[in-house]
Write a protein that binds this ligand. Structure first.
Ligand code: ADP
Ligand code: MG
Length: 409
């Protein structure tokens, strides 16, 4: 399929060509026609498969087909989980709309309230917002969602994970005159997204581009067994100093561990930039820019801080600390190996990580190779998986009794 087969306005087709997009990705070729038919959409497709343009093009074609008759608030509202993602969507929207009359605004946290005022006064057609700040504007009545005709929830799975359920329901409630609602997600694993979708979507087109379980095979994945944290730092140093690392994201568990690691790598002459939660917006953007332009080749981040960032050409994703769930693992590694390029994902496994490693292997349906670095071989063998605890029937009985008793009281 070609973009020209999609019945899009020539102004949009021109912009697509300028962006160098050759053919629609599979989610784009499914979602754009469904959107143009006026349907609600529930779409899942792995990270990096072009979901942004899929919903933007659908929404923009709608705005072109049905031009604004009266001045008013935004007619398309896009909610995204994080600031970075909001700005990325904003940038892509501006590029796609370059030849149209459409006006686009963005509101997020981390920016002075005053500077947002004009965004609402400017008659924007499309508004992109993060949940927290959007709620503030609804509460202060600076923004009303009654004019919203197309409501889009991007990375709905992440937003649910991040605890924005209430905010999402509120916006669905406020945008009560909407004609269409699109819900986009990297996965439909677990039933929370689908249950949520059932509640807010009206007879949606269910679009699954590729099974999100089997992340693209072109990501080369392996693990290193590590004795302890110190050992991990040495292994990381060796990997980062190797030649084929062009751009690496290193994931750590907590903000404290992030700060510690930045210091340790600095002492080893490895320049890094970092993203962590609750960072002023200008600092975040500066960190991302330094990484994106290649000035710094190592970005250290926590999951929350790195959510949704789209930096091209990431050669390595490194799990300095393993994530909590297999689902997050897939999200992390989805940042490399994009647009047909080769990607590498490396994880450090300490004894206490063997359970999550087993989960990742089950979830991705493959065994990850164990590798060693010369001179930095682990002293310990791979830890065994703890045996599953068998339930003791006597103990269970006693527990039940105790529960009953507690209830009676
Ligand atoms: P997702 O939201 O699915 O994670 P994005 O929308 O962020 O993915 O897109 C990932 C990358 O792919 C972006 O850099 C985007 O510009 C690019 N892209 C999107 N659609 C196409 C296409 N049809 N052809 C080539 N590249 C594309
Ligand atoms: Mg996306």
């Amino acid at each position: 399929m070609h973009f020209a087969d999609l019945d899009l306005d020539p102004k949009l087709l021109n912009a697509i060509e300028k962006m160098g997009f050759d053919k629609p990705t599979s989610i784009q070729s499914l979602a754009i026609p469904a959107a143009m038919k006026g349907r609600d959409i529930l779409a899942s497709s792995p990270t990096g498969t072009g979901k942004t343009a899929a919903f933007l093009l659908g929404a923009m074609q709608y705005l072109i087909d049905f031009p604004r008759r009266n001045p008013g608030f935004a007619r398309v509202l896009i909610m995204t989980p994080t600031r970075e993602l909001a700005y990325q969507v904003y940038e892509q929207a501006n590029t796609l709309a370059a030849q149209t009359h459409l006006k686009i605004g963005v509101v997020t946290g981390g920016i002075n309230y005053g500077s947002h005022k004009e965004i609402f006064e400017k008659n924007n057609d499309i508004l992109i917002a993060t949940p927290g700040r959007l709620m503030d504007y609804l509460n202060s009545e600076n923004f009303h969602a009654e004019d919203v005709e197309v409501l889009i929830l991007d990375e709905a799975d992440r937003m649910l994970d991040m605890g924005f359920r209430k905010e999402m329901l509120r916006i669905c409630d406020e945008a009560k005159n909407r004609k269409q609602c699109f819900l986009f997600s990297a996965t439909l694993e677990g039933d929370s997204v689908e249950l949520f979708a059932e509640r807010i979507l009206n007879d949606p087109a269910l679009l699954e581009a590729t099974p999100s379980r089997r992340e693209k095979g072109k990501i080369h994945q392996w693990v290193h067994l590590s004795d302890n944290r110190e050992h991990k730092v040495e292994q990381l140093e060796a990997i980062l100093k190797s030649e084929d690392v062009e751009k690496a994201i290193v994931f750590v568990k907590t903000r404290e561990r992030l700060e510690q690691l930045v210091g340790e790598l600095f002492a080893k002459d490895i320049k890094t930039t970092w993203l962590r939660g609750e960072m002023p917006q200008d600092k975040r953007l500066a960190a991302l820019k330094s990484f994106d332009t290649g000035r710094t080749k190592v970005l250290i981040a926590t999951d929350v801080a790195a959510r949704g960032i789209d930096v091209a050409d990431i050669s390595h994703v490194i799990n300095f600390d393993m994530p909590r769930t297999a689902d997050i693992y897939v999200h992390r590694i989805g940042r490399t190996g994009r647009a047909g390029k080769k990607g590498t994902a490396i994880s450090f496994i300490e004894a206490h990580d063997v359970e999550i490693l087993a989960k990742v292997e089950r979830y991705t349906e493959q065994k990850l190779k164990r590798r060693t670095i010369k001179g930095l071989e682990p002293k310990h063998k791979e830890a065994k998986l703890p045996a599953k605890k068998k339930k003791d029937p006597e103990k269970m009985k006693a527990k039940k009794k105790a529960k009953k008793k507690a209830k009676k009281k």
